[in-house]
Ligand binder design. Structure first.
Ligand code: NAD
Length: 441
């Protein structure tokens, strides 16, 4: 037995959602302020051009599972769930225009005022984190005179379909993301999406809102990246397709979660050097590659952000655990931690450093020269024992994941603030460190 649903906004998202949900046996009522779109859907025609939509829409309409109206009141009164799929376009300055969302919430809220049964309002439009709680909720409560949570539910359910393949994307989504303040109120949505053979994430409203933006930003970065390396390869006479085929076949480091955990800046002897070489090569070939060019400045910005965070804590004795760019190596070339220590030092901060892999007296050749050139004070500030650093400092910055660092921090007993740059533990609360701050979490 299907559910009774109204879908506000019969554009690309709304028309597809309404039709697909109706085709799964739900009773769906489409709502739009545009009478022509309403008339089209109500007479079995698609309001938009989308491959495969017209046929399924016509069938659902013929089976009396799909109708449309311009009346928000009728739609709210006749259904149990209202999806909001109105547009959220950009204003001239890039800010999101929420006037459509506010208007539809006003309409739904006014209709809720005269409805006696429980109703769920589900926002599908793409909105920035906080919008559901700070815009949708107050408008609905004010217009309805009712309380969100007890008199009606508010959920956020982002849409991931792509125009042109929207039907396939709806029936086979990459995942389903359901956000609510109280996840028990997600039950009707769980049932609704039971057809999809996809992982369901039940999470907070703000997480669900943010996931949508992170996905779209990442897709845009992927396209920009592919195009920049593609034109560069072509310019160099390299087979772009072959490069892409080999590059994407690595599902361990390339097409994978690797390198996608928020943490500290990258460094080491390869990434900065190779990026610089690639950007230089593009310039020599008269190619502008703004995305590739922006990566090193973005990395530097992140180091500066960490320095600002440390200075904001306001204590002048800072311990840094880890000097090389990652645990298990004494290669210090382009370690971002060296830049961090130098910046702190220049700002008058008293810094001590501990790294089990870095012993300048035992280092040979260019690595030692590099260290002494970059950090001439290294012999004064390096401590062989972690305990010395922990005892002397008010702030401890952790830049490498090492079990011995975690164990030592657990003995601090609140004596120092820990700034974790690498997320030592999936669940930082279980670290047992009382004054703990994460860099990007
Ligand atoms: N288009 C996509 O591929 C896509 C994919 C995922 C998410 N999204 C997001 O979904 C949302 C909708 O996008 P779209 O492309 O479907 O928008 P759209 O502009 O095609 O359609 C919006 C519809 O809402 C209607 N509308 C506006 N105010 C209304 C009101 N008060 N009551 C009833 N209807 C009203 C408009 O008349 C229009 O038909 C946006 O936030 C968008 O970012 C879009």
């Amino acid at each position: 037995m299907g559910q009774s649903i109204s879908v506000f906004g019969l554009g690309y998202v709304g028309s597809v959602s309404a039709t697909c949900l109706a085709s799964k046996g739900n009773r769906v009522l489409g709502v739009d302020v545009n009478a022509a779109k309403v008339h089209a859907m109500d007479s079995g025609q698609s309001p938009i051009v989308e491959a495969g939509l017209g046929e399924i829409l016509a069938q659902a309409n013929k089976a009396c599972h799909l109708h449309a109206t311009t009346s928000a009141t009728a739609a709210v009164h006749q259904t149990d769930i209202s999806f909001i799929c109105v547009g959220t376009p950009s204003l001239r300055n890039g800010k999101l225009d929420l006037s459509g969302v506010e208007r539809v919430c006003q309409d739904i809220g006014e209709a809720l005022r005269t409805k006696n049964t429980f109703h769920s309002v589900v926002l599908r439009s793409t909105v920035l984190p906080g919008t559901t709680d700070n815009v949708v909720l107050p408008v609905l409560e004010r217009a309805s005179g009712k309380k969100a949570g007890s008199d009606f539910a508010i959920c956020y359910n982002p849409e991931f379909l792509r125009e042109g393949t929207a039907m396939k994307d709806f029936f086979h989504p990459p995942f389903t993301v359901l956000g609510a303040r109280d996840i028990s109120q997600l039950e009707p949505l769980r049932k609704l999406y039971a057809f999809a053979n996809a992982k369901v994430f039940e999470t907070s409203v703000t997480t669900a809102e943010m996931v949508k933006y992170v996905c779209n930003a990442f897709h845009a970065v992927k396209v920009g990246f592919a195009n920049e390396v593609g034109v560069l390869a072509k310019q160099l006479g390299v087979d772009t397709e072959e490069v892409t085929k080999i590059f994407t076949s690595d599902t361990s480091l390339n097409i994978s979660p690797a390198y996608l955990s928020p943490g500290f800046a990258f460094g080491g002897s390869c990434l900065p050097k190779d990026l610089r070489a690639l950007v230089h090569c593009a310039k020599q070939n008269d190619l502008r590659v703004p995305l590739l060019e922006s990566i090193l400045p973005s990395n530097t910005e992140h180091i500066e952000r960490v320095v600002e965070n440390i200075l904001r804590i306001g204590r002048r004795k800072v311990g840094v655990l880890g000097l090389s760019f990652k645990a298990g190596t004494d290669d210090l070339r382009e370690s971002p931690i060296i830049g961090l220590v130098r910046d702190l030092w220049q700002d008058g901060v008293d810094v001590l450093v501990h790294d089990p892999d870095v012993q300048p007296d035992a280092m040979l050749g260019s690595n030692r020269e590099y260290l002494e050139r970059q950090l001439p004070q290294i012999h004064q500030i390096l401590r062989p024992h972690i305990a010395e650093v922990l005892h002397a400092c008010h702030v401890v910055v952790v830049s490498q994941k090492r079990p011995e660092f975690t164990a030592a921090l657990q003995t601090l007993n609140g004596r120092a603030t820990v700034l974790d740059l690498v997320r030592l533990n999936e669940d930082p609360a279980s670290l047992g460190v009382s004054k703990y701050r994460g860099m990007s979490w």
